[in-house]
Design a protein around this ligand. Sequence first.
Ligand code: NI
Length: 277
Amino acid sequence: MSKLLSSAAVAQYNRDGFYFPVPVLSAEEAAHFRRRLEQHEAIAGKPLQGNWRHKSHLLFTWADELVHHPKILDAIEDVIGPDILCWTTNFFIKEANNPGFVSWHQDATYWGLDPNDVITAWVALTDVTPENGYMEFLPGSHKTDQLPHVDTFHKDNLLSRGQEIAVEVDKTKTVGIPLRAGEMSLHHIKLVHGSEPNRSNDRRIGLAIRYIPTYVRQTKVRDSAVLVRGTDRFHHFDYEPRPQADLDERALAAHDDAVQRQVKALYQGTSKQEFRA
Ligand code: NI
């Protein structure tokens, strides 16, 4: 029995490697989450940066609430089954009129997860349009082999290593993914995707939540995750504590521990000790 997605939607995800749009939050709820983020930024006096853009659900109760959102989890369960870990979250924030972009890549390249049953719920906290740098997907590319990537560490690239696919992507075959605030798209860990800069006068904010079934392993380090639904018979991951209050001491320590493990996996073979700003 499906919980949220139709069987046609799940079939489409399996065929194309993505599915959208899935409405999960009302416009008011999306605005609420954006406000919580921006209240933090106003107090901090700067945009969310560096390590705090990653695994933010271990730092902020409102982000923890998002990764546990029943509608999001219902859709995820329809694709990967009932036993679900949240492996990580990544804020993809593109400031207004900013050159920040995401090169063509496959998420699987450096993540170390096996098998490839890894799904991203990309939740839009603002409207996402061609003008403000929506994601573009290459349909069916999740069925190809892992493609070779080169690390560019380009300063405007929002990816950890500025990694990009070493061969040309045929732009006549890609599909743009517009979303309204509160909608999400789903994509597979091997799907080829990228996005261009934000040329609009407002920020573009998306939270990418990475979910895995409990049988998936991390092959590079002893990693950690949050069990968000069902039971875990495998114990491939240590459990991360949920934040009791935003940025409290325990949350900061748990986040730091989790991010160190992830940085070790993602930057393996480089000298990087933390996520780029
Ligand atoms: Ni990606």
